[in-house]
Design a protein around this ligand. Structure first.
Ligand code: HEC
Ligand code: HEC
Length: 356
């Protein structure tokens, strides 16, 4: 009796599914809103933040500024597979470009920081980035009259750590791109995208590529975390200097030593988050290679081929990736679409360090 009921139920369900019209099945994920400009920042704070961003005195030995790793001419990334590091050390992750960083809520490949202000202290303090005790930085800047004046103008008071990171963040919020062909297209200028880029867009937002299930919204990220099975870089495990920065980081995050990048697991300590990384924003992606948290792909063509194969190998890989079977033409079209996310941004030049 129960079985008959179940059979009928399944029969009716199958009929209903067959009736679902074709176009609905092939539905596209929604296109995002064009990128809106962020509210203007206080110019005095931005000027101060800019001076700090380029000032090498923010590091222990006076050689490393934020701009050493976040190079303005390279979309505020650095073009290296693995980031530069404090002298005699080796980093273990790829530098993230800073354009549009002011729109984000979750920072770093593993999502360990929730605000720009909170984030900025990290590299100053980090033993393998700028290696300077932030309290000592405050003491140093207090003795430089030009800095004192800049802090007075921006904050109506003297040098504090809170104001240092507040100024750096104000500067970072001005690093915006505008005028990407994709934005012009979204605003209604249909010829802003080449035919190739439009085909790529249809793949990206449609069932064919399904990229927008994760790369959604105006920045093309859902700011969530996925394990794609990106292979580990052998040198990060075989080279003692890379190993030591990684192991030190793991210890600081309260994670047991492991021979791989823990990803979001370092933050949540949940097994399912091992090897999961934040979906990166794709704005300006043309200029921010090499790609992925460990810079393991040199070009966008390599990244597209990776997704075409359904990602890499990892027992914990997300279920969302499937082999796509894209033709050579479709892969080129996807690349043309990714390149249409490139906009222009204001050139910024290093100001002379205050008081030098
Ligand atoms: C030695 C190189 C280095 C220096 C110096 C450095 N960074 Fe970074 N930065 C990185 C790397 C590598 C990452 C990615 C790290 C990760 O995800 O674990 C990063 C990530 C960031 C992010 C996160 C971006 C995002 O989308 O999540 C911000 C913001 C940032 N850095 C700002 C700064 C500021 C401000 C300074 C100066 C106070 C600075 N960085 C100095 C290498 C550096
Ligand atoms: C399951 C969610 C998901 C899907 C689907 C997805 N991506 Fe990604 N994408 C990510 C994550 C997460 C990373 C970073 C992975 C890492 O570093 O290990 C990434 C990285 C990238 C990068 C490198 C960006 C950088 O700055 O390093 C590009 C380009 C990219 N994806 C494009 C695509 C395209 C094109 C598609 C569709 C064919 C796609 N993605 C589908 C989540 C996704």
């Amino acid at each position: 009796m129960k079985d008959r009921f179940l059979q009928r139920f399944i029969f009716i369900l199958s009929c209903l599914l067959l009736l679902v019209p074709g176009p609905l099945m092939a539905r596209q994920l929604p296109l995002p809103e064009p990128l809106q400009l962020l509210p203007a920042q206080d110019p005095a704070k931005v000027e101060l933040g800019k001076a700090l961003f380029f000032d090498r005195r923010l590091s222990g030995d006076g050689t490393i500024s934020c701009a050493v790793c976040h190079v303005p001419d390279e979309a505020y990334a650095d073009g290296r597979k693995i980031s530069a590091a404090y002298p005699t050390n080796k980093h273990w992750r790829h530098t993230i470009g800073l354009l549009n960083v002011g729109y984000l809520d979750t920072f770093f490949w593993d999502g360990r920081s929730k605000g720009l202000e909170q984030q900025a202290q990290g590299p100053i303090h980090s033993s393998f980035e700028m290696n300077l005790n932030p309290r000592y930085l405050v003491a140093k800047l207090r003795e430089i009259p030009e800095y004192q004046q800049l802090f007075e103008q921006a904050w109506g008071g003297g040098v504090t750590l809170e104001r240092i990171v507040g100024s750096l963040s104000a500067f970072e919020r001005t690093l915006l791109i505008t005028d990407a062909p994709f934005d012009r297209y979204l605003k209604g200028q249909k010829d802003a995208l080449s035919a190739d880029a439009q085909q790529g867009m249809a793949i990206f937002y449609g069932k064919r590529g399904n990229c927008a299930q994760c790369h959604s919204g105006s920045l093309l990220t859902d700011e969530k975390f996925y394990n794609l099975g990106v292979a580990e870089l052998p040198e990060l495990s075989s080279d003692p200097q890379h190993r030591s920065t990684r192991n030190f980081f793991l210890g600081e995050m309260g994670v047991e030593s492991m021979d791989r990048d823990p990803g979001h697991y370092a933050v949540t300590h949940k097994k399912g988050d091992i090897g999961a990384f934040r979906t990166p924003p794709l704005r300006q992606v043309e200029q921010t290679g090499p790609y992925m948290h460990n810079g393991s792909f040199a070009s966008l063509a390599e990244v597209i081929e990776f997704f075409n194969q359904g990602g890499g190998y990892d027992p914990d890989k997300t279920e969302r990736l499937k082999p796509l079977g894209l033709s050579a033409g479709e892969k080129l079209a996807l690349e043309a679409f990714l390149n249409s996310l490139t906009g222009t941004y204001q050139p910024v030049h290093a100001p002379p360090p205050p008081g030098y």
